[in-house]
Ligand binder design. Structure first.
Ligand SMILES: Cc1cc2nc3c(=O)[nH]c(=O)nc-3n(C[C@H](O)[C@H](O)[C@H](O)COP(=O)(O)OP(=O)(O)OC[C@H]3O[C@@H](n4cnc5c(N)ncnc54)[C@H](O)[C@@H]3O)c2cc1C
Length: 512
């Protein structure tokens, strides 16, 4: 990673991917070769079943490797990340024939995968999409429409690209109930090009090497995933949940890379009484703030991945259900908390660099630009917060959340961590308020959903770090101490924002 893929991070930023007149996309110099070596080493297949050529490792192992890849080069990592999501989706929902046709080459990485949801009128509101699918005589479908913002929709790193495309079949019910998912390969089995073209790529703030494509489907040949129409939304949720964990992970990965740059710079830069700036309390505060949040995020991301493993491979139904509930609850928190933090921590790392942080040559400002998208794609962080309060909090009438809070509370008591006891009490108060008031008027719950997610993430971070402090070395204990004493108390400070209700926001709009 550090010899091959990490050095391409800056080259990718400067060169970016290029759209050519014939509809092809050329990735920055070195990307094709690096991807070839990534495939040859078999990295992409690590967490997938050996039946399709995978390594059969737990998802947790795949996630740990993904962290290293994303730290090395976030833009590059998006091709494998989306491919893994597409594989997971086809493993769960594809027919046997579809799995046999597509999975071996996707698991090996020879073919990459994409996720085609977004259209000009359908962003967060996926149900508004208009792309159409009509049946052909041979059991396949013809797909027509325009998709925008499709990551790695076209590129030169793989022999084929397997697009998973959301579209409507004739007479489909309106909204999300009438969405179906189709497999649309760039190259068909007979070697001919399918009727799908990249008509342009976006110029954007960061991840310049990752082509963000406008895709035109003009009667392209496709196959209905699993053979059943109108199941596309729930099928795509498999891919999105997978991708949401990976996107959350990018906040951690970029935080770690920015931290490494900042801590190294702080040890070398001399300012003020001939001291390296790392000697100054305010610089120490910034670095420790980043470090402790990274420790907390890593625990959350890996616990989320472990819960996914438990949901799939638990010893019995009860254990699998427990894993699924935990994964469902943690996914929006992992996605939104870690990506908001990714931006905040990258900004702090720039600050540690002073003026040099603003200078492109240092490389640290790129992390700030690259990670900014993570709070937006895969469902904005606002949508994640709504998912938490509207779908996850009501699981078993709130019992999934309340049982977790009981467990954190018991651990806090046992470890004698009064800050954690207080923070979890505040989170319980917020949870009970949302359960009582949110059901009667969802606008109340949605008004407080973003601060609630932040509060939840902050408390989970405290719980993980309290446990790490008990078993880790002195540096780990000191990082946990900073978080428990200086970050965790901010959780209670969010309580008024969670429980203010929609009136507190609507009053301004009524008065305007
Ligand atoms: C670089 C990049 C790569 C991308 N890659 C892909 C990809 O590979 N595949 C793909 O399908 N898409 C992709 N996207 C699209 C991305 O997922 C969408 O941009 C994102 O889902 C938000 O949709 P939108 O841009 O239409 O914003 P909008 O939906 O217009 O949202 C604008 C704001 O309004 C808020 N909002 C919207 N609706 C509500 C609501 N009901 N309640 C409260 N707040 C609301 C949002 O949270 C946001 O803050 C990519 C986008 C970018 C920029």
């Amino acid at each position: 990673m550090s010899d091959l893929i990490a050095p391409l991070n800056r080259i990718g930023d400067i060169e970016g991917s290029r759209h050519n007149d014939d509809g092809t996309v050329t990735t920055p110099a070195g990307f094709v070769d690096a991807y070839r070596q990534y495939v040859a080493a078999g990295w992409g297949g690590v967490p997938f079943p050996p039946t399709y050529g995978g390594g059969g490792f737990p998802w947790l192992v795949g996630v740990a490797m993904q962290e290293i890849l994303t730290s090395a080069n976030m833009a590059f990592s998006m091709a494998p990340l989306l491919t893994q999501g597409a594989i997971d989706m086809l493993l769960t929902h594809g027919s046997e024939a579809q799995r046999e046709t597509f999975l071996p080459k996707m698991v090996s990485g020879e073919w990459t995968g994409t996720m085609n949801l977004t259209e000009p009128e359908a962003g967060s509101d996926v149900g508004a999409l208009r792309t159409k699918a009509v049946p052909a005589d041979d059991g396949s479908w013809r797909i027509s429409g325009t998709k925008i913002f499709i990551s790695f929709g076209e590129h030169d790193m793989a022999d084929n690209i397997v697009h998973l495309v959301l579209a409507r079949v004739p007479d489909a019910p309106p909204g999300t109930k009438g969405i179906s998912c189709f497999i649309v390969p760039k190259v068909l089995e007979d070697g001919k090009r399918n009727a799908v073209t990249c008509i342009g790529i976006e110029h954007k703030m960061g991840i310049h090497a990752s082509p963000t494509c406008t895709m035109e489907y003009d009667g392209a040949v496709g196959w209905l995933v699993g053979g059943e129409p109108n199941r596309g939304m729930s099928q795509m949720f498999t891919m999105m949940n997978n991708a949401r964990l990976s996107v959350g992970l990018s906040g951690l990965a970029i935080g770690e890379r920015a931290y490494q740059a900042a801590v190294s710079y702080a040890g070398e830069r001399v300012q003020g009484q001939g001291k390296a700036i790392v000697e100054h309390p305010d610089v120490r505060r910034m670095l420790l703030h980043i470090r402790s949040h990274i420790d907390a995020m890593r625990a959350l991301v890996y616990t989320n991945a472990w819960a996914i493993d438990l949901a799939k491979h638990g010893r019995d139904d009860a254990e699998r259900t427990r894993g699924q509930e935990l994964a469902d609850l943690l996914t929006p928190i992992t996605k939104a908390w870690c990506t908001d933090l990714g931006s905040e921590l990258a900004r702090l790392a720039t600050q540690v660099h002073g003026g040099m942080g603003y200078i492109a040559e240092t490389g640290v400002e790129q992390h700030e630009r690259d990670i900014r998208i993570a709070a937006i794609y895969e469902g904005t962080n606002g949508i994640q917060a709504m998912d938490l309060v509207a779908r996850k909090l009501p699981m078993r009438s709130g019992a999934v959340v309340l049982e977790l809070l009981d467990r954190i509370d018991a651990d806090a008591d046992a470890a004698d961590r009064p800050q954690l006891t207080d923070a979890v009490a505040a989170l319980r108060e917020a949870t009970e308020w949302l359960l009582a008031k949110g059901l009667s008027d969802p606008r109340n719950a949605f008004a407080g959903s973003t601060p609630y997610l932040r509060m939840f993430g902050t408390v989970l971070g405290g719980w993980f770090l309290a446990r790490q402090a008990a078993v880790g070395d002195d540096a780990r204990a000191a990082s946990a101490r900073y978080y428990l004493e200086q970050v965790l108390p901010t959780a209670r400070g969010l309580l008024p924002a969670v429980t203010a209700g929609a009136d507190s926001l609507d009053a301004y709009w009524a008065a305007k």
